[in-house]
Design a protein around this ligand. Sequence first.
Ligand code: ZN
Ligand code: ZN
Length: 214
Amino acid sequence: MTMITHHLSDQLLMAYSAGTLPEAFNLVVATHISLCDECRARMASFDAVGGALLEDAHAEMATDSLANVMARIKAADPVVKPNATARDTLLPTPLVDAIGGGLDKVQWRAVGGGVRQAILKTSDKATARLLHIPGGAAVPDHGHQGLELTLVLQGAFRDDDGHFARGDIEIASEEVEHTPIAEPGMDCICLAATDAPLKFRAILPRLAQPFLRI
Ligand code: ZN
Ligand code: ZN
C-alpha cells in the first residue's frame, strides 16, 4: 500500500475536470488519480460541481456553445478508474494506454549522467516524458519557464521541496529551481509534463536542449 503525501492542487483538479489542460498534463493528473484515492474523491466533487454549473447555464447558453462545452468535457474524459491493470504493475492504466503497452514498449534515449528519457505522444501544447534516473543520480539543476509536474512511478527522489515516492507529485512553477536526486538503492522512474522548455543552468545541458526537447 503506497502512502502518498504530495497531491494535486485544487487548481489542477478543477482545470482537469473542466477539460482545459493540455494533453500532457491530463496524462499526469489521470495517472496520479488512478493511484490516489484522496485526489480521486476530490475530483469527483469537482466533477459534480461542474455538472451542476452546466445545468444552471443551460437556459442562457446558445446551443453551439453548449455543444462546445460538452465536446470539451467528452474529450477530457475525466472518468478515471482506480488502477487495476493486470498487464503492468508499475505503470498505471492511463500510462499503459499512452505508451501502448508496458515498460518494454518504452523507447529510452540517454540524456547524460546515466539519465534516460522517453517523450510520449501528446498534443504539442505541452510535453510528457518518462524519466529513468539511476539510484543516487541527479537530474541537472534547472529552473522553469512554465509549469512542471513530476509524478514518481518507481523509487524515490529528493530535492529542496521534500521527498517524493511512488504516487507523489511535485508541482514546480516558475519560482522553483531544483536538482532532483534519486534516492540510492533503486532506479527512479518518473512521469513528467512541462509546458515550456526548462532553463538549465549549466551550458552543456543548454546546448543539448534543442535536440532532447527538454
Ligand atoms: Zn493525491
Ligand atoms: Zn524541474
